[in-house]
Design a protein around this ligand. Structure first.
Ligand code: M6R
Length: 350
């Protein structure tokens, strides 16, 4: 069977990750990237998968570089009457052409604030308009469902966070170790394909799938939903698990509902308590992605077996796992992942 662009692009990721590290991380010690110095606050604006990247990156900027950062959808940003001053505005876009993100960039430029774009398309309209530019070097992405470009964006923003941490003389030795092993982590996640396919065979029959997560992983739950919807047209819902307990869990009364929990950390005490309560009250099948657990009665448990406290490597690994999961569910349903009905690769006005 001919491989889809989506599958080919997912599998190119270890090489792309190495290429980005070689391009921006010099002599195994210094990030050199086109960005301003002395940044106190970062606001990231993006749509779709690029927004999910921004949400993860906001946590990473806070944790790695101690910089307050937040993510906002491009369309919502355009509705804002007041926007913060004295911030670096980062626009993330695979294509560099998405109308809402481009309009947001133009709005910020008119207000005279610093703009940086992270894009996969050099010389795109956003590239030309921004003050600073980072090429995410993923190579042309043909699949409508973004995979390699998203992982590449994540890495560029992680590198930027490392640059700001180093500028502040923070200890970046742990981050350097992460960069050294990242291509291998991505390859190991791809190697889980067989296990992920087994999970896909179990999931594809469900028409109601709840994907829950807490903290930084919530952006991954949103990304998993988007990827599965785009490629399989199944109605998948994403929830913050802690919030899911406040009424939303009533959907589990529908016995055809399955719950997938994504974690980029060890399972927290409250996550275990919530999942145990869900099991006791509704008894849905529960699948856990990203961490191994024997505390819960899970139907499936997929984990790349990374250091349990290294949430950044786990984010990258989980990203790849959910991409393969979406691909395999779509293949089981006989969908043409490269031509999802009614979708275009770039969302513009025309
Ligand atoms: O080119 P952009 O990153 O600006 O595109 C944003 C979204 O349209 C895009 O991520 C879309 O959601 C993808 N098809 C997701 O796979």
């Amino acid at each position: 069977m001919k491989k889809s662009h989506m599958e080919i692009e997912i599998k190119q990721q270890p090489q792309i990750i190495s290429k980005i590290i070689d391009a921006y991380f010099f002599d195994n010690e210094k990030v050199i990237i086109d960005a301003p110095d002395d940044v106190d606050k970062i606001i990231m604006v993006a749509s779709g998968s690029s927004y999910h990247c921004a949400r993860c990156a906001a946590e990473i900027f806070g944790d790695v570089s101690n910089i307050e950062a937040r993510a906002i959808y491009s369309s919502e940003f355009l509705l804002k009457k007041v926007i913060p001053n004295h911030a670096l505005y980062i626009f993330i876009s695979q294509s560099g052409e998405t109308t809402d993100t481009l309009s947001a960039l133009q709005k910020v430029k008119q207000l005279g604030m610093q703009t940086l774009c992270v894009t996969n398309v050099e010389n795109s309209t956003m590239w030309k308009a921004a003050d600073y530019r980072v090429n995410c070097l993923a190579g042309e992405e043909q699949s409508v469902a973004s995979t390699k470009a998203l992982t590449a964006q994540m890495l560029c923003l992680y590198l930027l966070a490392i640059k700001y941490a180093a500028d502040k003389k923070s200890d970046i030795s742990k981050q350097i170790k992460n960069l050294q092993v990242l291509p291998d982590v991505i390859q190991r996640s791809i190697n889980l394909e067989g296990k992920i396919q087994t999970l896909a065979k179990f999931l594809y029959k469900y028409r109601d799938i709840v994907i829950a997560a807490d903290g930084v992983s919530y952006a991954l739950a949103k990304e998993a939903c988007l990827k599965i919807k785009e490629t399989s047209y199944i109605n998948v819902m994403s929830h913050i698990l802690g919030e899911f307990m406040h009424g939303h869990l009533a959907v589990l009364n529908n016995k055809k509902t399955i719950l997938v929990y994504i974690s980029s950390d060890e399972l927290s005490y409250s996550a275990i308590k919530n999942l145990e309560k869900i099991k006791a009250d509704y008894n849905p099948p529960i699948c856990v992605i990203g961490t191994s657990t024997d505390r819960l009665n899970t139907s499936y448990n997929i984990d790349c077996n990374l250091d349990s406290d290294n949430y950044i490597l786990k984010i990258f690994s989980n990203l790849v796992i959910i991409q393969i999961l979406a691909l395999k569910i779509a293949e089981k349903l006989g969908r043409d992942v490269d031509k999802p009905k009614g979708l275009r690769k770039i969302v513009t006005e025309n």
